[in-house]
Write a protein that binds this ligand. Structure first.
Ligand SMILES: [Fe+2]
Length: 517
């Protein structure tokens, strides 16, 4: 977590001031200054001007999510509409999202759009060019009218052969030509004051990332306060879409790329492609996937429809960390999150015993705030033939299974979390690391109801980085029913039900000091 400098708000020139947009950004800058002044005075944000829509009845402005100090930045992430053709359903979907994002006031500093803007997938490059022209000139006209920069990424629908890459380069002539050899105009980086934005080249089912180039860019911009890296494909599977390279990076390509981002303290990796909104943590670094700008695909029109919706994401980053708000086309905030979370010192975590588990954990209100649990113990040495062993479980007699079951998986010996994200629909599974058969272990889990399925977090080092556990679920703790009671060391039927057969079981728990706001 970055330190908050000296606690005193100083009004600095905005780091993104640029001559072409001087008048507009100056106005935004004044809005930002007013916001900061009100923050400093402990007041609510100032009333917002009405958006210029030209409509007779103007919908209300949507307050921008603004940084909490003058170094901070704020921008909009949305992506994946496969549009560019008038009169289509996806065009109407995009228009609905655009009507909403145009209401955000003050405007975002820039737009991150990691790919699949137009329908593409055609060898008629004249038609492809028409799609881009319609998308940029008509559908996304609001971006040009406000002179916002839009950072487009290559993607499967839009860069699928040499001809389509030529069109991409031509229609994005203003993007920097500073990519690695052969990828000029496809991969690029932009330095905007104290912020670095890198867009990697990920054409159709290929992650053609030049790691030497990326490392050089990150090294040369080490002084950037904020760093974002974007690309069309999720590195880690989202909502169970784990076929690679169809939906995500091949496993062997994940770790080298991710380690580079972690090493250089990138603030987040931004991606799209899955028609969903999703956040995960890996090594403490968020993967934020937004594919809600209009494409209809998957069960129920999304991936999947039961948990996803069209949307755009406001992101703000400052010295305290990263925050986002996910808005549906009505403008309603459907999800919000901030990172990092701040947990109390380990020494002050509360001991969880069979006697106090229900009082402590029920009082933690699982739907309303994250809960972190530290679990220490030693194994029985009985594997691989041992059955499931329960470490901690939340019980609800109205469900067939425990709504929350944390334990050691039979045979594999893995730390396992099973949840019932939707009442009556049974367990979904999050898989942790194998626990050693001999010797002790010390692990922490965190259930974060603000992160969807990515909110089942794990770390093996007490103050180390958190990572999302592997799962195929599209839901997490957000609608988890509050268990009626909690049990330690055995399942819901009593002490002989899937008991923990090891020893020295110690449980402690804590909740973050600051809640998402
Ligand atoms: Fe895609």
């Amino acid at each position: 977590m970055r330190g908050y400098h000296n606690g005193r708000l100083r009004l600095l020139p905005h780091p993104q001031l640029g001559r072409p947009a001087l008048l507009r950004i100056t106005r935004e800058h004044l809005m930002h200054r007013r916001h900061l002044l009100h923050l400093a005075a402990g007041l609510a944000a100032p009333s917002l001007r009405r958006p210029v829509t030209g409509a007779q009845e103007q919908p209300p402005a949507i307050p921008a999510l603004l940084p909490r100090d003058p170094t901070g930045r704020h921008f909009l992430l949305y992506s994946d509409c496969c549009s560019g053709v008038p009169g289509t359903a996806v065009s109407a979907n995009l228009a609905a999202v655009n009507r909403m994002v145009a209401r955000i006031d003050p405007s975002p500093e820039f737009i991150a759009f990691p790919g699949d803007a137009v329908r593409g997938y055609t060898e008629d490059y004249g038609e492809l060019r028409r799609q881009w022209d319609y998308w940029l000139g008509t559908e996304m006209a609001w971006v040009a009218q406000r002179k916002l920069r839009l950072f487009q990424s290559t993607s499967n629908h839009n860069t699928y052969d040499a001809g389509s890459e030529t069109v991409f380069r031509a229609v994005h002539a203003k993007l920097p030509r500073n990519g690695p050899p052969g990828q000029e105009g496809l991969a690029y980086w932009v330095r905007s004051g104290n912020l670095l934005y890198v867009s990697t080249h990920q054409p159709d089912q290929q992650m053609l990332i030049d790691h030497a180039w990326l490392e050089r860019v990150l090294e040369n911009n080490a002084d950037a306060t904020y760093k974002f890296v974007a690309g069309h494909y999720p590195v880690f599977p989202v909502n169970g879409y784990q076929t690679w390279p169809l939906w995500c990076f091949p496993p062997r390509q994940r770790r080298p790329f991710w380690d580079l981002l972690v090493k250089h303290r990138v603030d987040a990796y931004l991606a799209s492609h899955i028609i969903a909104f999703d956040v995960q943590l890996h090594g403490g670094l968020p993967q934020i996937v937004s594919g809600g700008a209009g494409t209809a695909f998957g069960p129920g029109g999304f991936m999947p429809g039961r948990s996803e919706f069209f949307h755009a994401v406001q992101i703000a980053v400052d010295q305290q960390g990263l925050r986002y708000q996910v808005h549906d086309p009505s403008g309603r905030i459907r999800e919000r999150w901030q990172w990092p979370m701040t947990l109390p010192d380990q020494a002050s975590w509360q001991q969880v015993t069979p006697q106090n588990a229900t009082r402590l954990l029920a009082g933690a209100h699982l739907q309303g705030r994250p809960i972190a649990v530290r679990i220490r113990g030693r194994d029985s040495g009985m594997r691989p033939a041992s059955p499931d062993q329960t470490l901690l479980a939340g019980v609800d007699t109205r469900e067939g299974l425990e709504p929350v079951w944390i334990g050691i998986e039979r045979d594999s010996g893995r730390l396992l979390v099973r949840l019932i994200p939707v009442s009556g629909e049974g367990w979904q599974v999050w898989r942790g690391p194998p626990l050693p058969v001999t010797g002790g272990w010390d692990h922490q889990l965190c259930l974060d109801p603000f992160m969807g399925p990515g909110g089942v977090l794990h770390r093996a080092i007490p103050s180390g980085p958190w990572s999302t556990l592997e799962s195929t679920s599209s839901k997490g703790c957000e609608h988890l029913a509050q268990p009626q009671r909690w049990v330690v060391g055995h399942g819901q039927s009593g002490p002989s039900d899937r008991p923990f057969r090891g020893g020295a079981l110690q449980l402690t728990m804590a909740t973050p000091a600051r809640l998402p706001s």
